[in-house]
Design a protein around this ligand. Structure first.
Ligand code: NAD
Ligand code: TDX
Length: 347
């Protein structure tokens, strides 16, 4: 079995490869990644020398690159993570999101159509987000039937890619599966996202920028639980179907920031107030969705998946990881991340 993983040098893709390359030595994993600012080959240092793993640098928005990978490696399964993934960046500059998330997905689908034809045993697994559903009010959950209503250029580009994937199934019979997951956290997450940004800013004594009033709610899932869910859907899910993934773990942003400060206080034997005094309420994100919450009944009842980590255990692991992986942290503080920080926070 040959598995093409796109975006495998990013946060979730690298966690996926770190879990499954060693676990399935008879599968060959091909990681196709452009290595944008969000990628880091250090994420993959534990598997880079494995016989069943190969890295290819390339842009999915370029069809000839995708076609060359299909010709050379003849994948049976595509697990499609590659994307521009940060909402704030999509607001500042949507073009890359349209290019990678829509055109890139289209190119992969076209390659599957051309190189797979009607052959059996193939699968395109599309990794998507709950943000395609837009915002919930104070109550309710997103199910697989919730109407799409994306708010940001990022979520609109992901919604568009989801529609293309389903259209290729209906029109051409391409074997596809789609998963829409809630917010992930864990090791190797680029520190532009809420949880790693707060951990690293607190450690450096920088301000902790909370958007608006901090009342927005996100539904958090430990990244390895997401990866296991994807594998479960690949193995057991029905072709042509969608599965929502989430751990029913909703938190207001401000409460998460307090929790991180409390845990850092405990771990470093410091007064959490030292960190909490860094909290600064800043201008809200335009089009900021109020609340996300996933109803994961389908994947739980039909496929038997459930998360292993609680928020307590997952957040502890995550903070410990950022405390103990200074090389990785230093490596992302150079280059593009630094520019992003300077542009947004003037530091
Ligand atoms: P990430 O930004 O950490 O990583 C994205 C990876 O894709 C990077 O390695 C990058 O180099 C690569 N990439 C970007 N453009 C590319 C291109 N044109 N060609 C080839 N590679 C390219 O993102 P992530 O958080 O790991 O998210 C992975 C996927 O999961 C995305 O599709 C995202 O929409 C989805 N998702 C993320 C979350 C989350 O909370 N992070 C939740 C649900 C779904
Ligand atoms: O500095 C910050 N301050 C703040 O208050 C940042 C970076 C975020 N926030 C808020 C905005 C959101 O309400 O925290 C919440 C989480 O923000 P992000 O980490 O940027 O995640 P979000 O916008 O919810 O999107 C994430 O989850 C769904 C991923 O980035 C997406 O790729 C995924 O699809």
């Amino acid at each position: 079995m040959k598995i093409l993983v796109t975006g495998g040098a990013g946060f979730i893709g690298s966690n996926f490869l770190n879990l499954f390359v060693p676990r399935y030595p008879d599968c060959r994993f091909i990681n196709l990644d452009k290595l944008t600012y969000a990628a880091n080959l250090l994420n993959l240092k534990n598997i880079q020398a494995k016989q069943n793993y190969v890295f290819v640098r390339g842009d999915i928005a370029d069809y000839s690159t995708v076609a060359a990978v299909f010709e050379k490696y003849e994948p049976d399964i595509v697990v499609h993570f590659a994307a521009e993934s940060h909402v704030d960046r999509s607001i500042l500059g949507p073009a890359d999101f349209i290019n990678t998330n829509i055109l890139g997905t289209f190119n992969l689908l076209e390659a599957c159509r051309k190189y797979w034809g009607d052959r059996p045993g193939k699968l395109f697994h599309h990794v998507s987000t709950d943000e395609v559903y837009g915002s919930l009010g104070e109550t309710g959950y997103f199910t697989e039937e919730t109407r799409y209503d994306p708010s940001s250029p990022y979520s609109a580009s992901k919604a568009s890619s989801d529609h293309l994937v389903r259209a290729y199934h209906r029109t051409y019979g391409l074997p596809v599966k789609v998963t829409n997951c809630s917010n992930n956290y864990g090791p190797y997450q680029f520190p532009e996202k809420l949880i790693p940004l707060m951990i690293l800013h607190a450690l450096e004594g920088k301000s902790l920028p909370v958007y608006g009033t901090g009342e927005n709610v996100r539904d958090w899932l430990f990244v390895e639980d997401h990866c296991e869910a994807i594998w479960t859907v690949i193995e057991k899910g029905n072709v042509g179907e969608t599965y929502n993934i989430g751990g029913n773990n909703q938190w207001k942003n401000i409460d998460i920031v307090h929790k991180i400060c409390d845990l850092l206080g405990e771990k470093l034997d410091k007064d959490p107030q030292e960190f909490k005094k860094l909290i600064t309420f800043v201008k809200d994100r335009p089009g900021h969705d109020l609340r996300y919450a996933i109803d994961a009944t389908k994947i739980r009842d039909q496929l038997g998946w459930k998360p292993r980590e609680t928020f307590e255990t997952g957040l502890n692991k995550t903070i410990d990881w950022y405390l103990h992986n200074k090389d990785w942290v230093e490596s992302v503080k150079t280059g593009d991340y630094k520019k992003w920080l300077e542009m947004n926070y003037g530091t």
